[in-house]
Design a protein around this ligand. Structure first.
Ligand code: NZQ
Ligand code: ZN
Length: 392
């Protein structure tokens, strides 16, 4: 078992009607003015934005709004947010939405606290010294950004999608009402379920030290997400299944399922980020499209983990050899993706990159990762290209 730091400062307010506590929660932040940040309009259509505004009004808190955040959130919107917040004297950011809105709010928060270009953080040319506080009202269980130290932004020119990680941006509170996720299109619910699973799988498939409690939590989380995703496919208004998935989404990416494991993999995520940057695909679907190819490529280097996964998570019949058992586990996960109407390759994802685009993605991925990524198997640019080709 390796040493670890587990830091989860986010106050979680979970359950039905919790969004009505927003006025109270923001009051406790002692701020002067709030920016309510949101996406393409789902929170307007559902009436959530209005309820949040009313709760802030009732608490006597000044607020302004900035909507228009798109999935794979853009740097241009972040700049717009920074300009607006400076002009208006905003000192608290309230993200009402999913990972894209939360990440955009985090980026605005960083930008407000630095003189230079906020993109320098994402380009790894600078390190943040501070971030404005961010609060969250979550509307989709997926990214885990409501408790994570991460923000992922896409630079408009060139479609360069990059993440920046720092504890400074972990939200101060996250309001999670599973009912708010019931208006999601089925496709987005499924994308979210994949992303939640992947955040734990990225911490589980490593060659580092192990900690039984962490592995058991990880396996329990994955089994829970799979079982409840299946319920949601046919019964999207099932509150308990929504709640299980929502809480799993936060626990999957707040660090809990990686404690003591010494290394994260995150290669599938880095491969997906290039696909998201170049083709603007939904993050969870992109992950599903690349995971099986990644798994088969790294299998031999991380065999015991894949065997354990096959037995303890996918519950497959053991094969004649460990490799056969492991492959059955991978196939079972792909069957689950298909059941959820998720893609298992790029064609099913709806993209058809040219050979040159594949090389560009592999090259960009290598650049973004400093040449190498992964723990189950350390991947260089040639490996990245090989996996993209397998996933075509
Ligand atoms: O924009 P609106 O109209 O709100 O519609 C959104 C959007 O089209 C819709 N939606 C959200 N809640 C809804 C709803 N529609 C109806 N009813 C609701 N209750 O869903 C669509 C997707 O929203 P988005 O925020 O993009 O989804 P998600 O939470 O999956 O976030 C994806 C982004 O997070 C990044 C991804 O790369 C991607 O950019 N990630 C962030 C992470 C982090 N900060 O820790 C980690 C992840 O690995 C991930 O990389
Ligand atoms: Zn993710």
């Amino acid at each position: 078992m390796s040493n670890f730091t587990y830091y989860t400062p986010t106050k979680v307010i979970f359950g039905r009607g919790t969004e009505n506590q927003i006025g109270e929660l923001v009051t406790a932040q002692h701020c002067k003015k709030v920016l309510i940040h949101y996406g393409g309009g789902s929170v307007k259509r559902s009436g959530l934005l209005e309820r949040i505004g009313a709760s802030l009004d009732a608490a006597g808190i000044a607020h302004i709004e900035l909507g228009g955040v798109v999935p794979n959130p853009r740097l241009s919107k972040v700049y717009e947010g920074i300009d607006l917040c400076r002009k208006e004297g905003v000192d608290f950011l309230l993200a009402v939405g999913g990972g894209s809105v939360i990440d955009s709010a985090k980026a605005i928060g960083y930008g407000m606290c630095m003189d230079g270009d906020v993109w320098d953080l994402y380009d790894h040319k600078a390190k943040a010294a501070s971030c404005l506080p961010v609060g969250v009202v979550l509307t989709i269980a997926a990214s885990g950004s409501e408790m994570s130290d991460s923000s992922v932004i896409t630079k408009d020119e060139g479609g360069i999608k990059r993440g920046y990680n720092d504890d400074l941006c972990r939200p101060v509170f996250a309001v999670m009402n599973p009912e708010l996720t019931m208006t999601l299109p089925d496709y987005q619910t499924a994308c979210g379920c994949v992303d939640i699973l992947m955040h734990t799988m990225e911490r589980y498939f490593t060659s580092g030290d192990k900690l039984e409690i962490t592995d058991s939590l990880a396996e329990g989380l994955m089994r829970t997400v799979i079982a409840n995703s299946k319920i949601l496919r046919d019964d999207p208004h099932n509150y308990d299944a929504r709640a299980e998935v929502m809480w799993a989404g936060s626990l999957s990416h707040n660090g809990l399922t990686g404690c003591g494991n010494s290394a994260n993999d995150f290669a599938s995520h880095r491969l997906e980020h290039e696909m998201g940057g170049m083709f603007d695909v939904a993050h969870g679907a992109g992950l599903a499209a690349v995971w099986g190819s990644w798994a088969r490529y790294v299998l031999a280097d991380c065999l015991p983990r894949f065997v354990r996964f096959a037995r303890n998570v996918m519950n497959v019949e053991p094969g004649a050899t460990d490799e056969e058992t492991a492959l059955r586990g991978i196939e079972a996960m792909e069957d689950f993706y298909r059941f959820m109407k998720m893609p298992t390759n790029m064609r099913e994802l709806g993209i058809d990159p040219t050979d040159e685009q594949m090389r560009t993605m592999a090259h960009m991925c290598a650049l973004a990762t400093g040449g190498h990524v992964g723990s189950a198997k350390v991947l260089g640019e040639a490996d990245m290209l090989a996996i993209y080709n397998m996933a075509k």
